[in-house]
Design a protein around this ligand. Structure first.
Ligand SMILES: [Zn+2]
Ligand SMILES: [Zn+2]
Length: 223
């Protein structure tokens, strides 16, 4: 666990490469993404190390309904009684417990979605959001393409950006595998919507960028 920016903790949920984020809001904690099925234990331990408990989590925001972000969701939601928020285009995926056929542009992506390991316990979203919505200190920016309802979240007090799977930072910046994305062309067009004047970048997959290093993301987005 480490501080991404004032008010935001990064919680690694599998090794040090897969992350969710915990935002301190005035009325409690906001969790951004969950992770695989083992993630709830890492999340609980991280929250308890700050002197709080899962019961302090008021909201769970899901950047998109892919299994590596939501397999642990039902457990955290049940233990915290938190609201569950997701973009309106993906509430039906969350409730179905798997990615639909139309959710992957490539045969490889559709094949892996048949594996039970990539299905999850269905969750009914408490609230759906759209572009521009505010969730505590976070502002929602709709960045479709990786999935139709993918969102990135700008923490307005610190100007830290949580990018979900819009960009990966594994062995360098990348947009991930096209076969696993719903629409790679739409995804690439969405990079225009991502803010450039940020102070830190938190990735669901990979190490964060802080300080001057954030300019490498801007250069990559504008390449
Ligand atoms: Zn994804
Ligand atoms: Zn992911």
């Amino acid at each position: 666990m480490s501080e991404l920016a004032p008010g935001i903790l990064r919680i690694p949920t599998r090794g040090d490469g897969e992350n969710c984020f915990l935002v301190a809001d005035e009325d409690g904690l906001t969790l951004v993404d969950v992770g695989w099925k083992s993630a709830p234990t890492a999340i609980r331990q991280a929250i308890e190390s700050t002197g709080r408990t899962l019961a302090d989590v008021r909201r769970i925001v899901i950047t998109h309904a892919h299994p590596d972000h939501v397999r642990g969701l039902a457990e955290v939601a049940a233990r915290s009684d938190a609201e569950v928020l997701i973009h309106e285009l993906e509430a039906s995926w969350l409730a179905a417990g798997r990615v639909p056929r139309s959710g992957r542009s490539g045969a490889f992506g559709r094949a892996v979605d048949r594996l039970p390991l990539l299905h999850w316990q269905p969750v009914a979203a408490t609230r759906t959001v759209v572009d521009g919505a505010r969730i505590g200190a976070l502002r929602v920016i709709h960045t479709p393409g990786h999935s139709p309802g993918h969102i990135v979240l700008l923490h307005e007090p610190s100007k830290a950006l949580l990018v979900g799977d819009a960009v990966f930072n594994r062995g360098g910046l990348s947009s991930g595998q096209d076969a696993l994305a719903a629409d790679p062309v739409v995804r690439d067009a969405s990079y225009a919507f991502m803010p450039r004047d940020v102070t830190a970048v938190g990735f669901a997959h990979g190490a964060p960028l802080v300080g001057d290093a954030v300019t490498s993301l801007n250069a990559w987005l504008d390449r």
